[in-house]
Design a protein around this ligand. Sequence first.
Ligand code: F6R
Length: 594
Amino acid sequence: MCGIAGYTGKRKASEVVVDGLALLEYRGYDSAGIALFNGQGNLQITKKAGFVSHLKKAVYGKEGCCGIGHTRWATHGIANETNCHPHCHGKFCIVHNGIIENFATLKKSLQKKGKKFLSQTDTEVVAVLLDEFYKGDVLDALGKVAKLLKGSFAIAILCHDFCDRIYFLKKGSPLIVGVGQGENFVASDQLAFVHYTDNVVFLKDNEMGYADSNNVFVFDFCKNKKVLHVEKSNAKADNVAKPPKSFMHKEIFEIPKALRMTANDFFNDEYKKQKAIDIFSKNDKVIMIGCGTAYNACLVGKLVWEKVLHVSAEVDLASEFRYKNPLVSKGTLVVAVSQSGETADTLRATKLAKSKGADVVVITNVAHSSITKNADLVLHTKAGQEVAVAATKSYATQVLLFLCIACVLSKDSKAVKEIKKQIDDLPYLATKALLCDTVVAKKAKEFCKKQGTFFVGRGLDFPLAIEGSLKLKEISYMHSQGFAAGELKHGSIALVDKNVLVVGIITQKKVAEKTINALHEVSCRGAKVLVVTQFDKMANEAGCHDVIKLPGATDLLMPILAVIPLQLFAYHVSVARGINPDKPRNLAKSVTVE
Ligand code: F6R
């Protein structure tokens, strides 16, 4: 969470940094700020609450070739200009991503020494400490401060004594240096400088250093110089061009392509397939972990593996797994799912699993992300950059990978042949599913004023109900909850009346009739019912209900196809309620704090 962008070179730093921040807004957009060295070596600070676009207006035309900026997702202190980064003290000015867990203790002891603080942030303590330790050697101060800090941090720093340098410090949160010709960049994500260079250095934990326009130097916290590994960036400029409607709508419509790319990439990689077989055969226990939508993908993954492989798997929220002394040892396979590969809880849970002797398979959308460093095998969802805060195409590809892995591990060659044929058809089926967009938009307009929505389903439709509900509340602010269709009557049906919408997901042949019963029960209590189904018969039997019809496919594929109308529904309700679906309040795409 929070995005850092820094530039040193010959261009106007204000423009490079602010444009970079705009590309990092997926990491948070509560406030944005910039520190610029103007031509005379004076530092100019500009801060604005709200989106980067507000900051852009404020810094338009400002001179200076070296600067650092920040787009914030508030953790400590409300989202106002005082708490907005950069934070400065004495000769230092810093921007920070992460959380300094011991900031309160450090702050108290600095206050006792008479140091004054202006903000409520944890970050400011680092600026004060740097100034305290600085005796003419910035690296010396950085190393000393880094050793005092608990928690995770990626920090970019300007020091008044070196007005063409950006110093940096990293532990636990991502920080990347872009290496240009006569110019260099520092950012939380390669995207920030995608228009300028594709040469990148992925900084490792416990590294610090500095960049000026011609050099980049990296050290450990004891000031030992490290060899620079310059790699080629995999970020693409065309993925981030602003689409006419919204990123979310565009990304839902990219699902067919994302599915094709993911399946091709997996099935054509003999090494990864063999490695998956080797790892799976070594282990007798499986635990799947993730957060939010990635967790919901695990819920589907568990059911898919049970059906295809006849193995049972546990599913855990990464944020619970890591704090409960999980029953993990040699012989346990942990499958960690994360679109960004940077989610703090999933990262730490994966590290914990590894330290307890587990084999770790990571499913992620971002090559080089931090989570890949702890993996025995990395499987890539090839969804492409996902900019909208809500996960859409990444979810579809995560579920697909669970299915692809099952194909490779299964010994039932007849069943596998059948599933693979269906996977080949998936992009076509997903394209057909997208045709419901207009109908869904109409329904969304009709239901957008409801007080709340329940999503219900059975079997593979149950995790889908949870995911549909998460998507709706996240971007439309309408209260909603996902239920196993049989559970509503055990209490929560008391909430059902004419102000409530119930979305019934009916894609699993065996349990379809049973879910229809649950829908009749809520319908006769006044609820409006919207049915999402692949069955013509169900559509007819639903009778008085509104229906969104899906293309027919095998039950196993339905969590991938049926999520499409649910994502579109959330999107259209959000728009109908006058909300920006790409940037819902209080959220950020990448949750790098615990
Ligand atoms: C919901 C959503 C979040 C993420 C969750 C995990 O639309 O996007 O629930 O799924 O924060 O993120 P990753 O997959 O990056 O670990």
